[in-house]
Design a binder for this molecule. Sequence first.
Ligand code: CO
Ligand code: CO
Ligand code: CO
Length: 312
Amino acid sequence: MLVGTDTADDAGVYRLSEDLALVQTVDFFTPIVDDPYCYGQIAAANALSDIYAMGAKPLSALNIVCFPVETLPLEILAEILRGGADKAAEAGIPIIGGHTIKDHEPKYGLAVLGVVNPRSVVTNAGARPGDALVLTKPLGSGVASTAIKAGLATPELAQQATDSMATLNRAASEAMLVVGAKACTDITGFGLLGHLHEMTVASGVSAVVRFHSVPTLPGVIELIDAGVAPGGTYANRTHLASTVSYATEITSAQGLLLCDAQTSGGLLIAVAQDKAQALLDELLIRRVDSASIIGEIIADRPAGGSHIWVNQ
Ligand code: CO
Ligand code: CO
Ligand code: CO
């Protein structure tokens, strides 16, 4: 076993031989958008993301399905599965089986199998002081999903959030592998700061994030100001209270956005400072056009322990 459960990494890695390791991950959740086809696409993109975050290549996947057969028409299930199958096809992998059970609420996702050369696994434990931090998708999908459910999202926000969540992290992962990264994780339920915290702890470092460099979905700060944010986002901020210091200029809404629980968020990549621009160039070539350098890795606090500073 090369990567297990100790470092809160994105996927497990198990070595088969000198140059071949298996990468395994599973993710599934309840619907976050109304359209069943989009939901299927997003759930599949989210599950595949953990393979890409390890610098690995997906091979195949299994469907995991819970569905209320007594209360919802089977056509909805067919649309969810079609969304998942289309996203898997876009990733170049077959769905080779799965399992379905009856449940009160629909749930869908994938168990994904991938491969990687054991020498090129990108874990979340390799970040070093001086590395630049690059984020590849805009933040705010948790706020957007809550707004969509409440009928408060503008058509622009709903479209951009749905497109972003359904986008594979494959191109971002390829760009990272071309340039060479120190560490990587994808941004999901614990939010940007929660997943950055996991990276800094696993790497034994601290970090600085500059709020105004962080890409965000349109209008999400205004929605947070109006009280629209998921419970998980508030829970993330509370959980990170002793880990994160916010500069006085950072508003409560801005701080909360950095803790927003994401679905199928972008990759957070730690890269040597002198390779950061090359990474942005490779991302742009692959049309990952909202990627930005959002901060950097610094040494641990003198007292020890990982900490995150959020500046303007
Ligand atoms: Co992950
Ligand atoms: Co996951
Ligand atoms: Co079975």
